[in-house]
Design a protein around this ligand. Structure first.
Ligand SMILES: NC(=O)c1ccc[n+]([C@@H]2O[C@H](COP(=O)([O-])OP(=O)(O)OC[C@H]3O[C@@H](n4cnc5c(N)ncnc54)[C@H](OP(=O)(O)O)[C@@H]3O)[C@@H](O)[C@H]2O)c1
Length: 230
């Protein structure tokens, strides 16, 4: 492919930033979106400051898409997660808005353009936490469960339109997002970026890393689902 263009949403920091750096190194033209400015200054990169929960987000995203003239790939890496506090349930609502609704709004803008082109690849960064309800971070777990389910459904719906959808499910990755006290099998940001770049090549529907952590999360998920329903 001569011209490879991507949009990365949520890339001022963490995995989104590392993925953007790798795409630029590989010769992609990239537009990034986040609330803060970007440390990236490369030619071939344009940053748009926006909040995925704002009413004007879709317009900013559509502008970025138009400027690029379409995209071959879109990575949704925006995410937040706060621990439960009984006097701040709004924080849980915000996690749903950013992690799930923000992704759905992104699809509203990006998918029709890909479908018109008959090609494209959407990658959403989800979590191994998508398998079970969480008393520690209920909004985060629900948002990721919804995101994984939505993207899997969308993947099926878009197959006949030439658009591929992937869900990348991480355990712990060494960014400011990983707030748990114990973080077993944590991946570095570079390892996480490798996983996403590999997914852009293989176009696998679901990628879960680390694999051993995914198996543990599956088992823990069964137990947590049973406990939550008692
Ligand atoms: N780190 C982990 O352990 C882990 C594990 C599993 C899944 N994940 C998922 O991987 C994704 C990336 O996380 P990360 O670890 O790289 O976290 P991070 O370092 O905190 O980066 C999150 C990115 O999302 C952007 N963002 C947050 N709220 C936004 C909003 N309202 N509008 C636009 N952009 C927003 C942030 O930029 P601004 O603040 O500038 O807006 C930042 O660039 C998230 O979806 C996360 O849930 C992470």
């Amino acid at each position: 492919m001569d011209k490879r263009r991507a949009i990365v949403v949520g890339n001022s920091d963490g995995i989104g930033l590392a993925v953007t750096r790798r795409l630029l190194d590989d010769g992609w033209t990239v537009a990034g979106l986040s609330r803060s400015s970007s440390p990236l200054t490369s030619s071939g990169y344009e940053h748009h400051r926006t909040d995925v929960t704002d009413a004007g987000y879709r317009e900013v995203l559509a502008g970025a898409l138009d400027t690029l003239g379409g995209v071959e790939a879109c990575v949704y890496a925006a995410g937040i997660g706060d621990f439960f506090a009984v006097d701040d349930l709004a924080a849980q609502t915000r996690a749903l808005e950013v992690n799930l609704v923000g992704a759905a709004r992104t699809m509203e803008v990006v998918v029709p353009s890909m479908a018109r082109a008959g090609a494209g690849h959407v990658v959403g960064l989800s979590s191994l936490a998508d398998v079970a309800p969480s008393a520690e971070a209920p909004g985060y777990a629900a948002g990721k469960a919804g995101l994984s389910s939505y993207l899997l459904g969308l993947g099926g719906a878009l197959r006949s339109h030439g658009v591929r959808v992937s869900v990348v499910r991480f355990g712990f990755v060494d960014t400011k997002m990983a707030k748990a006290r114990v973080k077993p099998m944590m991946l570095s940001v570079d390892q996480a970026a490798d996983v996403v770049l590999d997914c852009l090549r293989t176009r696998a529907a679901v990628v879960s890393r680390p694999r051993r952590m995914a198996a543990l999360a599956r088992t823990a998920g069964v137990l947590l689902n049973v406990r939550a329903r008692r």
